[in-house]
Every structure is written in C-alpha cells, then in structure tokens.
Design a protein around this ligand. Structure first.
Ligand code: MN
Length: 255
C-alpha cells in the first residue's frame, strides 16, 4: 500500500504499523533502528506479545513512506506476511528507540534516617540516578509524589539492607525498567521529563518523573501513568511493607 504524499513532503506525518509473519528473533528491531536513522524517521519499534512487531514512525512523508516499504520487506531473515498501517497523530519523537527492552536495574529502598523516606534509583549509564520520596511511590495515577533528587549511588548499593547510621535500609522493591518517552535518555532527565516502565515485584507499569523545581536539590514529581497496572485508591506502601530481599520490615531491621 502506498501512503499518499502530503503537501510539499516536508510536513511531518506519522504511522502505526503492525508487522506479521516470522518477524521476531530475526534482527527486525535492530534493522528498523538502522533504517530509521538512515531516513531520519523518529518513533519506536517493539516486539508484540503475539509474535508481531509494532512500529510508530514519524517524519517527513517521503521518509515515512520509505520506512513503510522497509517494513514490508523486513531484514533478510524475516518473512513478512502482512503489514497493517494506520495514520496517527505526530507525537514529537526525537529518537527512534527499541521499546520493551530493559535499560537496567531499578531499586526502591526504604530508608529510616533523620526523616523516613524511600529512595527510587534507576540505572542510567552505569550509575543509579536517585530520588528521595518522603511518602514513597504510589500506583494511583491521581497521586503526585514529591521526589527530591539526591546523589547518584553505585549499583553495588542496590542490594544493601541493614543498619545505617542511626537508622536502617530495606530493599522495598527491585527489578528491571524500560526507558520510554519521546526523548532519549539521559537527555530526558536533563530536560526534566522522563517516562519509564517498571518491572518490579510491587511496582509495575508506566511512571513519569516531572521536574517541578530546578536547583540543588531539584524537586520532581513521581506520577503513575494510566495503564493496566494503575490502581486508583491503593496505598502500595502500606499494603506491602516487607523487604523483597529478606521479607523483613524496616521496623524489624531497626530492632
Ligand atoms: Mn535515603
């Protein structure tokens, strides 16, 4: 199917495509990234749970049309049976990313110090970027939780649990996370709006960190995105107080 050209060819256009056939485990995503970069197309590619490859592509109409032609052929090892293409709104992507893949570790440590708080840490370029959450995370999208940026930590601290100074630490949740959003990381953090997906034992689904006040320390809000893992009205911190490492609560550590 040829996509109709629009205007002078420089107006951005966007498509969502689903590619069916033998398209996973054949280098499709890497080839899509390569072709998108050649063409100046932005968006993302991800493997679907049903064996398909899903794509969002946007850019100048001729480039998006070229990219759609690539999807119909696929990389050499792929056998494409069908590509369905829908026109969608341009979203303003500034990268072409592989979605649905781990970007590294995340951990949430409950920490009793001068003030009780939770530390959210996301692995970015080999270090754990960190935010202190006085009230901890929430799975309720209506709840915006203050997140004060704190010093980066080493990945070796991710499994630390026990007494620390006058207080203590437990590993409240941990797992892997995916980077999301329209802007590549770590630029997204530098610009103050970062979207990510957590795959923890307690925390699941999309979250956004939105910087509300720059400076030292920078203040952010952590907000659950509305998805299948959102739980309006819930209080995950109260419901699940135990360490995912030892099963102990912070109070038990402090005894
Ligand atoms: Mn802390």
């Amino acid at each position: 199917m040829a996509l109709p050209r629009e205007g002078n060819g420089r107006a951005p256009t966007a498509i969502r495509a689903v590619v069916r056939g033998e398209v996973q485990d054949v280098g499709f995503r890497a080839a899509a990234v390569h072709r998108a970069r050649e063409l100046g197309v932005m968006g993302w590619v991800r493997n679907g749970d049903d064996g398909t490859v899903g794509v969002h592509a946007e850019g100048p109409a001729p480039a998006v049309e070229e990219f759609a032609a690539f999807l119909r052929d696929g990389p050499p090892l792929a056998r494409v049976c069908e590509v369905t293409v829908d026109r969608v709104a341009v979203e303003g992507h500034e990268q072409f990313a592989i979605r649905g893949v781990s970007a590294g570790a995340f951990v949430v440590q409950e920490h009793s110090a001068r003030a009780h708080h939770f530390d959210l840490r996301l692995e970015v370029e080999g270090v754990m970027r960190s935010w202190a959450l006085p009230k901890g995370p929430s799975l309720d999208p209506a709840v915006k939780r203050l997140a004060v940026q704190v010093a980066d930590h080493a990945t070796t601290h991710n499994t630390f649990e026990g007494s620390l100074g006058e207080g203590g630490v437990i590993v409240w949740d941990r797992g892997a996370y995916e980077q999301g959003g329209r802007v590549a990381w770590p630029a997204a953090l530098t610009r103050g709006h970062a979207v990510f997906v957590l795959h923890g034992e307690k925390l699941h689904g999309g979250f956004a960190l939105q910087r509300t006040r720059p400076g030292a320390p920078a203040q952010w809000l952590l907000i659950k995105r509305r998805d299948e893992y959102a739980r309006p009205g819930s209080d995950i911190v109260a419901e699940h107080p135990h360490s995912v490492l030892s099963g102990r609560t912070l109070e038990e550590i402090l005894e």
